[in-house]
Design a protein around this ligand. Sequence first.
Ligand code: BES
Ligand code: ZN
Length: 455
Amino acid sequence: MADVHSYIDTHRERFLGELIELLRIPSISADPAHKADVERAAQWLLAHLRALGLEAELWPTEGHPVVYGQWLGAPEGPTVLCYGHYDVQPPDPLDLWQSPPFEPTIRDGRLYARGASDDKGQLFTHLKALEAYLRTEGRLPVNVKFLIEGEEEVGSRNLLPVLEKQRDRLRADVVLISDTAMFGPEEPSITYALRGLCYLEIELEGPNRDLHSGVYGGAVDNPALILARMLAALHDAYGRVTVPGFYDRVRPLDEAERRMLRQLPFDEEAYKRDLGLEALWGEIGYTPLERATARPALDVNGLWGGYQGPGAKTVLPARAGAKLSARLVPDQRSEEIAALITAHLQRLCPPTARLTVRRLHGGEPVLVPLDHPALQAAARACEYVFGRKPYFVREGGSIPVVAAFDEVLGLKSVLLGFGLNTDAIHSPNEHFRLENFRRGIHTIAAFWREVARGN
Ligand code: BES
Ligand code: ZN
């Protein structure tokens, strides 16, 4: 009987072929035109889980379905709830892709496709570790439950009621998620914090129609300028957010944690070079890594108003708008921050325009206690595969359901991801290194063994 780890290496080409099949399905959750493709990806996974030997089913939601599967053949062992998402971000701008986003292509030891790293490729590490156990030892060291959703990239709104409704079936000891990055290709990392998100769309309405800027300019306030003034007022000269109350619930970083973060091999020069920037910006008193992961932030994600076509048009626009998002840290709450930002914008808005604020999706921040035994199991698994101890890192991005796992199911999450920050997730030419895929599968297999062993 082959050993689990040699099975993984022997079958890696086939694993890759299967992942490529899944990546060909354009399961773009944000785009209604792709609804059938999202459904097809769910069906593909359902069939795959069943073929691996799991009891699996689709759970319909108001939006895209959830794929659920379980293998419960280790009654004496712990139960790991494995979460991933099969939906992907829209691929645009298409012309910047070197190979089409849904025609997976291997170049330079990397698999290029939308979803290769976020999250189909990472989710696949769990499926293939499972296969390796079932096809060699015939069993796993732990019970596993798979919960794979199709709406992570649009905020997981419909997953929350599923957690409530399926509370009993989702009973577990810990959650395992591979949807985050390693600090570097040789630097395995365990993420112990994610930022939350509060997303708003704002619109300003001025005059009842677009006006000739020569006839009215100077006498009528311009919504695009009002918007610019309001947005510019959201930060002070020290990079701090000016919204009253914004920082009230922010848990301060303690010295021990700051020391740990400073020990990470973060190369500020390389960071700037990679982004084509001469200088960075941010909240006074914090390092760039702290600003991007452990402190809250407020950004403009989109901005419109007035004429956007070629050439000049002398117009004073009737409307202007923006999309804003705040990244939150414990113990900020998305709803409260939305109210604070809205109130502040109302105060900033002059009587020359009418402001409307709409709340889009949100998610709460999370912090996993560093002494949780499953994090220690994950650390041993990293050491087994990479030959070195992992870094413990905070992640600036969000996975909205993670806080809900804690709040609704009482479960902590182990965020053991194999992507790299250079994988271009959400961007053109997203890719996943084949070596990260391979080592990811080994690490998940080792994690289950370690978690079963306990401490
Ligand atoms: N996998 C990402 C989260 C992530 C981003 C982890 C960067 C590690 C590094 C996840 O799929 C994601 O993009 N989440 C969205 C959530 C939002 C749409 C509610 C995000 O963070 O913007
Ligand atoms: Zn994503």
